[in-house]
Design a protein around this ligand. Sequence first.
Ligand SMILES: NC(=O)c1ccc[n+]([C@@H]2O[C@H](COP(=O)([O-])OP(=O)(O)OC[C@H]3O[C@@H](n4cnc5c(N)ncnc54)[C@H](OP(=O)(O)O)[C@@H]3O)[C@@H](O)[C@H]2O)c1
Length: 305
Amino acid sequence: MKIVLTGASGLLGSAFARSASRRGHHVVGVVGQFAHDIAGLEETARIDLRALDAVEAFVLESFPDAIVNCAAISDPGACQQDLATSRRLNVELPEKLALLSRHLFATLVHISSEQVFDGHVEIYLPDSQPCPPNEYAKQKLESEKRVHDLAAEFATTLRLPLLTGNSPSGERSFHERLFLAWERGEPTKLFSDEIRQPCLSDNAADLMVELCERNDLKGVRNWAGETALSRYEMGQALLRHFGLPETLVEIATRGDDPKFAHRQPRLAFDLSSLSGKTKTQPQTYSEQLDSLVVPAPRRQWYNAL
Ligand SMILES: NC(=O)c1ccc[n+]([C@@H]2O[C@H](COP(=O)([O-])OP(=O)(O)OC[C@H]3O[C@@H](n4cnc5c(N)ncnc54)[C@H](OP(=O)(O)O)[C@@H]3O)[C@@H](O)[C@H]2O)c1
């Protein structure tokens, strides 16, 4: 199958490229600023995805069987700071890709986020109603609506939780950001009252490949890992995994700093409706840890400890 993949240089897109190529698919990756090789891509194109006419020309020329959209402005602060760019990437790009998927009769896999929920429910069911608490979440929810209004029979949107994993830049995932802060000597306070259900990017990518290959899982779907735990617990488990000193992570609560008080206290999904139908199964946090490596840019610092 020929697949056009946007965001191929990101944490999730790069994992998808590896997973799809292992399954024998031909992946054409679109990157933005990233300038190095990405494993699993047969072809790489550098396109500014804000230019929707260029996106359209490229996708039509590529004539794919599937389009996978991993490009986004995924930092909530950055979304709020530059509304024009974040709306272009997070709302108008998916809308354009939905039109193209309908035009080409191509499958579309689009990525949304757990952030569409406000975090005041113990566990979100497949049909729970979103209540987006910030601009990033509003954009993601709007993208879901536009994609499924335009291309319901071709599209699956996967709402993902906090992602773990190893990114091409070594600076995008949860543990990679912590390593960066530790190398700089910055304190890392992690909240004990912010519960998440993290998922390894490779696991989400395997599921996305299944979604490209199957026709019976269209619609908006929730996915995550098997373990719900606090960010503080995640940090402590990382320290143990890498043999790092306990003092690198400090415990905190969201209320300690008004800047963070608005963050969702608990985001956890019931996964039974999807996991009962797919080969890919949710992983525990400890299974995810086994896949994590010391980020390449931090190896010298780590080896000198
Ligand atoms: N990371 C998480 O914890 C998480 C959680 C839930 C949902 N998600 C969602 O999962 C998807 C993938 O996230 P991710 O963590 O893999 O993101 P990421 O690592 O930040 O990667 C973002 C990708 O978008 C590309 N991009 C951004 N602006 C671009 C532009 N103007 N032109 C071309 N490419 C552009 C980047 O390309 P360059 O780097 O080459 O410029 C990069 O490949 C997103 O939809 C995100 O919202 C992520």
